[in-house]
Design a protein around this ligand. Structure first.
Ligand code: EZ4
Ligand code: CO
Length: 402
């Protein structure tokens, strides 16, 4: 069997997505996602100029060998653009293998370890009361778990807060807008949100919160401690995790479960976090973590250290990644939870998919391969639009973490 061609598509049905389609001499094709928010065209060039010429003529059945060829074989390893491009290839090859063997990819990963994939939705509001109400809407829809974010008095814009509710787009059209941030105001406000949520909905719902890399380890330790009475499912991205050792400080101080990793690319971003049991959930996405091939290995390593997965699933991960994540989530034993920020109806139309949502759970469906397709004609109606995540500054304009 041979790869005869591969094409890259950029489409923007509400936001930009990079999609790779690999064609074979058996008439079967596979789909992969290579989207990196705000750097989409860099992945397009990486694939078109450097990957696809080396891919044509190879046997698509040799997934491990092809993955190693583009990782070890290239000398320049790691990094978000490289790993997203390799991930796109890897997803497409698993899709092809499933279609050739006429079975869903989860069967190739060991079969189903569970009936369904628990997901969490995003509830947000400017005021605490609005966030509490929004969380209630998710619980009414059957969600077991909700991520809650709220505006902070004195800050004009806060990440994760949007007028749009069921889905929202964190990237803004045009050049990056700039926001202002105060950790002091934020830390003083957040515990009140959780007090209100537990008073309203009791102890049952799983509550999650994302700090979006805004804290130092000791600030994270303080927040984790103050939130302990509200029993969070997890506290996410407290600090930027380039300094993995920093998590030792947080861990010494709080029993609030910690999640991190949506910007990680390889196991080398997480090996200390894993082996020292400094976190509880690893957030790496199938697209940004280099595909299903490395993610299976990382999950297996995490399993030994009592760490579960919680794959990133914001709107900037395409439905192809969502499909791949669901096959992974349903197959591995140490699955924790899957983020599910719904895509717009336009995006769902461009990417028809077998996965379905019911009462707080996603189901990958039983279609062969990843169970995802790509409507090229419709995609062509939504050309690339420049868009970036905002840039964040402290109150005195010092550049800070988004
Ligand atoms: O800001 O996906 O947990 N989810 C998040 C996301 C990220 C975006 C960045 O591209 O933090 O909303
Ligand atoms: Co996050």
């Amino acid at each position: 069997m041979k790869i005869t061609d591969a094409k890259v598509f950029v489409t923007s049905p509400g936001r930009n997505f990079v999609t790779l389609k690999i064609y074979t001499d058996q008439g079967v094709y596979g789909l992969g996602d290579g989207t990196v928010n705000g750097r989409e065209l860099a992945v397009v060039s990486y694939l078109e100029d450097h990957v696809i010429p080396c891919l044509i003529g190879r046997d698509p059945q040799q997934i491990e060998d092809i993955w190693q060829y583009f990782y070890r074989g290239v000398y320049w390893r790691r990094g978000p653009i490289t790993m997203a491009a390799i991930a796109a290839v890897d997803m497409a090859l698993w899709d092809i293998k499933g279609k050739m063997l006429n079975t869903p990819v989860y069967n190739l990963l060991g079969g189903k370890s569970r009936e369904a994939v628990m997901v969490y939705g995003h509830a947000n509001g400017i005021e605490i009361s609005e966030t509490v109400e929004e969380a209630g809407r998710y619980l009414d829809m059957g969600y077991q778990a909700v991520r809650v974010q709220t505006g902070v008095p004195g800050l004009e814009e806060v990440y994760g807060i949007s007028k749009d509710k069921l889905f929202y787009e964190p990237a803004k059209k045009g050049l990056p807008p700039e926001y202002r941030w105060s950790t002091e105001k934020y830390l003083a406000h957040i515990p009140k949100l959780f007090q209100e949520l537990r008073d309203t909905y009791g102890s049952d719902p799983h509550l999650l919160h994302d700090c979006h890399h805004r804290l130092t380890p000791i600030e994270a330790a303080r927040l984790g401690k103050e939130l302990e009475p509200y029993h969070l499912f997890w506290l996410e991205d407290t600090v930027p995790a380039e300094l993995q050792e920093g998590f030792r400080i947080i861990r010494q101080h709080t029993t609030t479960p910690l999640a991190v990793g949506e910007v990680f690319n390889t196991v080398w971003d997480a090996h200390i976090l894993i082996t020292e049991q400094l976190i509880d959930y690893l957030r790496m996405a199938i697209v940004h973590g280099g595909g299903l091939t490395p993610m299976r290995k990382i999950a297996a390593m995490a399993e030994i250290y009592h760490i579960k997965t919680g794959c990133h699933g914001a709107t900037d991960l395409s439905p192809v990644t969502m499909a791949a994540a669901l096959h992974f989530d349903i197959a591995i034993n140490n699955f924790g939870i899957q983020e599910y920020m719904r895509h717009t109806p336009e995006t769902d139309e461009v990417f028809p998919h077998a996965y379905t949502f019911s009462k707080g759970y996603l189901y990958p469906g039983d279609a062969p391969g990843l169970g995802i397709d790509f409507n090229e004609e419709l995609a062509a109606k939504y050309p690339y639009e420049r868009a970036y995540l905002p840039v964040n500054r402290k109150m005195d304009a010092t550049l800070f973490n988004w």
